[in-house]
Design a protein around this ligand. Structure first.
Ligand SMILES: [Zn+2]
Length: 751
């Protein structure tokens, strides 16, 4: 059994077989001091220069807190003849190479949070190594080991460090660098030297005059590792995998990509991999550090963030992370509306499967202007057929006392400026007038007995604060709390005790604060928080315990603050935030004629029912979906149905479930759409259905999803519509469907 001796006479007994072998030599466990490993060089490798370098490193180690993560030389190893044959280093805990977790799709179950911690551990080691005056040099992932169970890293090959003797000033060079990790100024200096000295081409790093490797070149490679840890393993340069072949038009691979300055987030530059999350998915501190590392640092390497700066920013980032509900390995900054890693996976999946990505995801502000001969953006000042005059005049001439009472009542009313039905649309203008357009075969838009209107018609002249459009009927609440209804009443859905349709609004209830119109049934909340229902009831959608239709409002329950009427389903949110549902219960197929509480979500603030899916928002802004998902209307990765609520997005403030599509607005005012898109009802510019939420608009404040068309109100008071345009329900003067949002009115009620 071999025994080696250290500088001060310490003896190390080598284990009989090496624990590892490389081109330069073998590593053995030390038998007695088991926390030590002996590296024994092959003959001819250990030059006097290398021996001096090792001695300097032994005499000047970095802070001992990092010695469990660096294979730092701790002692020399001399044989029986006092010949130096290698060195002693600490035993490190390694289960993988760092490069193993750069594979995408990933093969190791390492979460993003863990990757952030690994990045921090790398920073800790580099920071201490730099503090002691050393340069790592060949900062490549094969030189970094990883203990997957702890996240601790192990910096190997310390004998290749770039070391400057603090006494003599002599430099012991690092002579290699893995392609793709060398800083641009180093590459340029080496290539300039090789151009003049072609014989140096094979060993440019050892021949090019100093300085070559510096702490700044380390900081360049450090930023690449952090980028790879956060960006699904992709390099920031061109964003193509390292094994990809290079072509003239490509951003290049390895050193060539760095030389070509192919940083993927350079302004105006399009990165090559769909699997890279967007830079703005990260906190601006992190994004800024990448910019300094790869853009500002290109001109001035001193601009590159130090390991300490990265460590601080990553620590802060780690605290802001939230975990994705679809994939527990995904964590992301709380500001994101949807998981950026799920987004990246979907984009990557789309590219792999040969699908074309919808270009409209990039188009956030450009809307097709209405055609020159299109409808007026605003209906004629004089209604073509006025019906009820709830009377602006009456309101303005009211006494102070009644004004006060009215204001109190009006403030409780849940204002809703727009609603898309099956074949018609309704909206409220800034002056409180109600406009309607589209099909009128059942009187659902109101007014004179014509088939349809391709442009908005003024139906109620002022005083309207909320609207709801069903399959073939329409309801509105005026600011005095009166609920009005018109259109079809074949199941009694108008609630006026009759079954015949009407072209003019009829008064249904007083003291109403919220209304929702389903397929053939209606729901309303009165200002005492009681819930009332009427219309079709063969699936128990009225919730009154029977299956008989009712042409009169029936009281269903108390303590309700929000409602949604769907196709043959209903939902209500209690004042305590409990969500109750009833009706066809289409997923299980067993109708329920009494409200029952869903078990899985609480703290609900809003709900919307589509034909066969339901969406709910919880108080933290979480958006939940369940039901039939055959067209992706629930959102997510596939068309699998959701029998239980599943969270789809975060930071959501409004949601609208349509026939088989869904719209949602986030706190930032971004409008997202997903689901069936056969008529362009998603507004993505195509007819391709989307399982994943797709951003289609900014500055949205209100939405409504009809059976096959959609409407949105924007912060500037404009109303946009898109999708199916049968019977003119978009209101643009035509019956041509629109795959993009088209402006219909510019003077909507605010809010
Ligand atoms: Zn995710």
């Amino acid at each position: 059994m071999a025994i080696v001796t250290g500088i001060n006479g310490t003896t190390y007994t080598l284990a009989p077989t090496p624990i590892g072998s490389g081109g330069e030599g073998d590593a053995f466990h030390a038998h007695i001091i088991t926390t030590r490993v002996v590296k024994v060089y092959k003959p001819g490798i250990l030059t006097p220069d290398l021996e001096n370098k090792l001695k300097i490193m032994i005499e000047h180690p970095p802070d001992k807190t990092v010695l469990s993560q660096v294979a730092w030389p701790l002692d020399m190893a001399y044989d029986d003849n006092a010949q130096c044959i290698g060195f002693i280093m600490p035993e490190l805990s390694i289960s993988s190479e760092l490069g193993d977790i750069y594979k995408y799709p990933s093969t190791l179950p390492i979460s993003v949070h863990q990757k952030v911690n690994i990045a921090q551990n790398i920073c800790v080691v580099i920071s201490e190594v730099h503090k002691s005056g050393y340069v790592f040099g060949d900062f490549n992932p094969r030189n970094i080991g990883l203990d997957v169970s702890t996240g601790l890293v192990s910096f190997l090959d310390t004998d290749s460090y770039h070391v400057v003797d603090p006494i003599s000033g002599n430099t012991y060079r690092c002579n290699v660098c893995a392609p793709g990790y060398a800083a641009p100024e180093l590459l340029e200096k080496c290539s300039d030297y090789v151009a003049e000295n072609p014989s140096a081409s094979k060993n440019a790093y050892s021949k090019t005059p100093l300085p070559t490797f510096t702490q700044e070149t380390d900081n360049f490679a450090l930023a690449i590792h952090i980028f790879k840890l956060l960006m699904n393993g992709y390099t920031p340069f061109g964003g193509i995998i390292e094994t990809a072949s290079v072509s003239q038009s490509s951003p290049g691979v390895g050193d060539m990509a760095v030389r070509r300055d192919s940083y993927c987030f350079k302004p105006g530059y399009k990165h090559q991999s769909a699997a890279i999350p967007a830079l703005d998915a990260f906190p601006h501190e992190i994004a800024d550090l990448f910019t300094r590392a790869f853009i500002a640092g290109r001109q001035d390497p001193g601009q590159r963030p130090s390991a300490l700066e990265w460590h601080l920013a990553l620590g802060k980032y780690a605290e802001s992370l939230v975990t994705c509900l679809a994939n527990p390995l995904h964590q992301y900054d709380t500001k994101n509306e949807i998981c950026p890693y799920c987004e990246a996976d979907r984009r990557f999946g789309a590219v792999v499967s040969g699908e074309t990505l919808p270009t409209s995801t990039l188009k956030q502000t450009a809307y097709a202007p209405p055609p020159p001969d299109a409808a007026p953006r605003q209906a004629p000042a004089q209604p073509r057929s006025s019906t009820v005059n709830t009377s602006k005049k009456a309101a303005t001439t009211a006494t102070n006392a009644s004004k006060k009472a009215r204001t109190h009542s009006a403030s409780a009313i849940k204002r809703n400026a727009l609603s898309a039905g099956a074949e018609h649309s309704v909206a409220i203008a800034a002056d409180g007038s109600l406009y309607a357009w589209g099909a009128n075969n059942h009187g659902q838009i109101g007014g004179i007995n014509h088939d349809r209107s391709l442009v908005p018609l003024s139906i109620i002249n002022g005083g309207v604060v909320a609207v709801a459009a069903g399959e073939c009927h329409t309801m509105a609440i005026t600011d005095d709390g009166v609920l009005w209804a018109w259109g079809d009443s074949n199941y009694g859905q108008l609630g006026n005790s009759k079954l015949n349709h009407r072209y003019s609004p009829v008064k249904v209830l007083s003291d109403v604060i919220a209304v929702s119109a389903g397929y053939y049934h209606s729901l309303a909340i009165k200002n005492d928080s009681t819930l009332w229902a009427w219309g079709r009831n063969d699936y128990g959608q009225l919730g009154d315990g029977t299956y008989g239709h009712s042409s009169n409002p029936v009281k269903v329950m108390e303590e309700v603050k929000a409602i949604a009427a769907g196709y043959n389903d209903s939902a209500a949110v209690t004042v305590e935030g409990k969500l109750l549902i009833w009706g066809s219960n289409c997923l299980s197929g067993a109708p329920v004629n009494r409200p029952f509480k869903t078990k899985t979500i609480d703290d609900v603030i809003a709900v919307s029912c589509g034909h066969h899916h339901t969406m709910a928002i919880t108080s933290g802004g979480g958006l939940w979906a369940w039901g039939i998902n055959e067209a992706g209307q629930c959102g997510g990765d596939s068309d699998a149905d959701y029998s239980q609520p599943v969270q789809i997005m975060s930071n959501v403030v409004k949601v609208a479930a349509g026939g088989a599509h869904t719209l949602a607005i986030t706190t930032k005012g971004n409008l997202w759409a997903w689901g069936l898109n056969d008529y362009g009802q998603l507004g993505t510019g195509s007819k391709k259905k989307q399982y994943a939420p797709t951003k289609i608009m900014v500055n949205a404040v209100a939405i409504s999803a009809g059976k096959t068309h959609s409407m949105a109100k924007r912060t500037d008071g404009s109303l946009l519509a898109w999708g199916n345009n049968k019977y003119g329900k978009l209101g643009d003067g035509s019956t041509r469907k629109s795959l993009d949002p088209v402006m219909i009115m510019d003077n909507m009620m605010i809010p």
